[in-house]
Design a protein around this ligand. Sequence first.
Ligand SMILES: C[C@H](N)C(=O)N[C@@H](Cc1c[nH]cn1)C(=O)O
Ligand SMILES: [Zn+2]
Ligand SMILES: [Zn+2]
Length: 475
Amino acid sequence: MAPNLDSYFSQVDNLSDHFIERLRQAVAIPSVSSEAARRPDVVRMGHFLADELTKLGASVELRELGPQPGTDLTLPPVVLARYGSDESKRTILVYGHYDVQPAEKSDGWETEPFELTVKEDGRMLGRGSTDDKGPVLGWLNAIEAHKVAGIDFPVNLLMCFEGMEEYGSEGLEDLINLEGKKYFADADAVCISDNYWLGTERPCLTYGLRGCNYYSVEVSGPGADLHSGVFGGTAQEPMTDLVRILGSLVDTDGKIQIAGISDQVAPITAEEDGLYDGIAFTMETLHESLGSKTTIFEDKKSTLMARWRYPSLSVHGIEGAFSAPGAKTVIPAKVIGKFSIRTVPNMEVDQTNAVVYKHVEEAFKKLGSKNTMKVYAQHTGKWWVASPNHWNFSAAAKATERVWGVKPDFTREGGSIPVTITFEEATGKNVLLLPMGSSTDGAHSINEKLDKRNYIEGIKLLGAYLHYVAEEAIV
Ligand SMILES: C[C@H](N)C(=O)N[C@@H](Cc1c[nH]cn1)C(=O)O
Ligand SMILES: [Zn+2]
Ligand SMILES: [Zn+2]
């Protein structure tokens, strides 16, 4: 029988301004996990969530993870919380992250990145609005709407919110493994809301993610930065070596030039080959979210395959390089190039690392440079592909149809959530990805936003999913 959700939905609508205010408070905390100076803000954000959850009646623990390896920083706490412990109900474990990517107004934002700005057209701009503060608060808001409306909460909710996801989830894997059969022991399934629809109109349920191995290549030579007029032409320059190494990794069409990568990729099956045509995705939507027409492929199927089932290599930046406007004539003494590889079935972290190191070392050797080069993985995270044939996905599909009036697409995702597979392995339970935001949200980019419609309907969706979970038969 379909659950009666009308009073829950009305309550979410009644509380919508309050929920937007909660998101405003969260966005105002610049919890950037990759910047040392922002670490106190990341910790503050963890405490904000813990306080909000406590006020809602959840029992909350802030779990310390100790020092961050290779730094003098302390990792931010993991927020573990439980709402309800009724043995007659199912228990759902939800995960999200409260850290965000860096953002500066000078990057090109139309508004202050850490001030939630609600536009007339419903866009709510702010760093973390869609990735992942909006969805994390979605769970809290769902609890609150039930409380205010006096509706019995349909499941026991276990929550795990971390503050290092955008930095490879440093420290969390050990905690999940430790708690798999303790704090998380009674979880019947796992739900993560931390990705996006493929377009702007059709919701999706996601059953696969790519992994992410993030590398640094350090090249050093001179003892200090040098004057290029005095030393140019007489000293071997680290930046010259580095750009040639970085330039050897991938071509203009995204083809990875590292020998041994493509051999690790699983062959396509007939079943998979037929999956792509039915997905609601157009090149026009991609152009809209890309903000240009500079795509590698012209067709939908090749594009989806490139995003979901093939690896990609992206060059992200160079630490130590001159990057400001103007014309500084410096020779940097030491530069660190950053690149990452999104990995797919059947790539193994160690094998991928081995061929990457071999390629970079050979590329450097070919240069015949007297400089020194070091290549290493900053963090690694495995890909994940699950079965969507499970009551967890059926419940989410019914909830999606109820809230959005359409059946969801079943998709894989090009991004990475490093601990997804850890949750699956540590709990032995099915994991579902249930996104709130859409393809045009610009996660990690300037002008990140969450549409008000997706936030409010998304809160309804998360609550409705829990009601359908309570009713779904075990398969
Ligand atoms: C999909 C998720 N919202 C996300 O943005 N994940 C990050 C995580 C990450 C960072 N380094 C390695 N993984 C991503 O996909 O970049
Ligand atoms: Zn995220
Ligand atoms: Zn992210």
